[in-house]
Design a protein around this ligand. Structure first.
Ligand SMILES: *[C@@H]1O[C@H](CO)[C@@H](O)[C@H](O)[C@H]1NC(C)=O
Ligand SMILES: *[C@@H]1O[C@H](CO)[C@@H](O)[C@H](O)[C@H]1NC(C)=O
Ligand SMILES: *[C@@H]1O[C@H](CO)[C@@H](O)[C@H](O)[C@H]1NC(C)=O
Ligand SMILES: *[C@@H]1O[C@H](CO)[C@@H](O)[C@H](O)[C@H]1NC(C)=O
Ligand SMILES: CC(=O)N[C@H]1CO[C@H](CO)[C@@H](O)[C@@H]1O
Length: 316
């Protein structure tokens, strides 16, 4: 009986999610866009590895499963993952520090979005060649989590103030509709852009972003994708960028009760589009480095050490 009850509740919840659009991370569109952009930059070898790891339901398309971590995070068995979608930083400091900030609400270290990015990158590195059978991670899940969290860490309000829960408690109006600031950045800006500029078609929006990647931003790509010591992944500078964007763009002129309209929309959209581009390009670079069979020396060195920062154990 309880099995049936649970099934029913999950079913009802899934329907609720369908009825309440964009109750998710970057919303469904943002994650789809990030992963779609990433797909177009994967090397042949990385694409092959990704396709081997994808669940069958994906039908070979990474973007189609990039919202999976949002779909499961409220289920009982997966509740522990819900704090891996973001990192809270001290109010009004406008900076981020892995050792200070990366923990969950009960203080458990590494349980935050950047910790999760290190975690799932390491699982893919160690697990992909089956010779390393010491630990048996589910690499399908690791790939879906990594792809999702690299998207999330680029959403400025996923690296933002603690007391307002990343803008979730800041009630605002988006044009006429009541919403909250977090949701504006997850979904409303993207959805309004689709309606206003892209023929209500996400693929048209993605093409516009891809076009900018290949011209306007083409000289920036190498600085977007490099990691200082040749690590496979470096989410800490990405998180630092996010909190800066949160302070300079997301929170600015968006105090509780504000109505956000054209001024806010048109000035913030370029930031959203660039963050989607950076998330996509960096996800591809990360997957390419993980699955590259001829790694550089720096890459080899990084793989054998721990890529995660080492934190002093605090005495308090
Ligand atoms: C790392 O992944 C394992 C397996 O999914 C999980 O149990 C653990 O909580 C994860 N930790 C972080 C910080 O992501
Ligand atoms: C790996 O994870 C996926 C998604 O949760 C699941 O469908 C699959 O059964 C898992 N594979 C194994 C071997 O547990
Ligand atoms: C592309 O770049 C131009 C010039 O910086 C900018 O005006 C435009 O909004 C960008 N479009 C997208 C989709 O990123
Ligand atoms: C996995 O092993 C194969 C065969 O030995 C090798 O060609 C490939 O480079 C390895 N891949 C990784 C990611 O280490
Ligand atoms: C993460 C990282 O190391 N980024 C560096 C990439 O390269 C640019 C330009 O050389 C640096 O400014 C970044 O700090």
């Amino acid at each position: 009986m309880s099995g049936f009850k649970l099934w029913w509740i999950e079913g009802a919840f899934a329907i609720l999610l369908l009825l309440v659009p964009g109750n998710l991370g970057w919303g469904k569109e943002g994650h789809y866009a990030t992963c779609k952009i990433a797909e177009s930059f994967l090397t042949e070898e990385a694409l092959k590895a990704v396709k081997e790891l994808l669940p069958e339901t994906a039908e070979g398309d990474l973007a189609s499963v990039c919202s999976w971590p949002d779909e499961i995070k409220h289920r009982y068995n997966w509740r522990w993952t819900s704090e891996l979608h973001y990192v809270d930083t001290p109010d009004f400091r406008c900076n981020y520090d892995y050792c200070r900030d990366c923990h969950d609400s009960s203080g458990v270290k590494d349980n935050c979005v950047t910790g999760a990015i290190y975690n799932y990158t390491e699982q893919l590195i160690t697990g992909y060649n089956a010779s390393n059978s010491a630990v048996n991670y589910n690499l399908t899940e690791a790939l879906m989590f990594l792809s999702h969290y690299i998207g999330d860490v680029h959403q400025p309000l996923h690296v933002s103030f603690t007391s307002d829960e990343g803008g979730n408690t800041i009630t605002v109006r988006w044009y006429k509709r009541k919403t909250n600031l977090h949701h504006v950045w997850d979904s409303d800006i993207i959805e309004s852009a689709m309606k206003t500029f892209y023929d209500k078609d996400l693929d048209v929006m993605i093409s516009a972003i891809e076009k900018n990647i290949s011209d306007t931003w083409s000289n920036d790509i190498s600085s977007w994708t490099n990691c200082t010591s040749g690590e496979e992944v470096c989410p800490d500078p990405w998180a630092s960028e996010s909190i800066k964007f949160a302070c300079n763009y997301a929170y600015r002129n968006a105090t509780p009760g504000t109505t956000l309209g054209d001024d806010y929309f048109l000035s913030r959209l370029p930031v959203v589009e660039m963050r989607l581009a950076q998330g996509g390009v960096r996800l591809a670079a990360t997957l390419n480095r993980i699955f590259d069979s001829r790694p550089s020396i720096a890459h080899k060195l990084a793989s054998f050490g721990n890529i995660q920062p080492t934190c002093q154990i605090s005495s308090s």
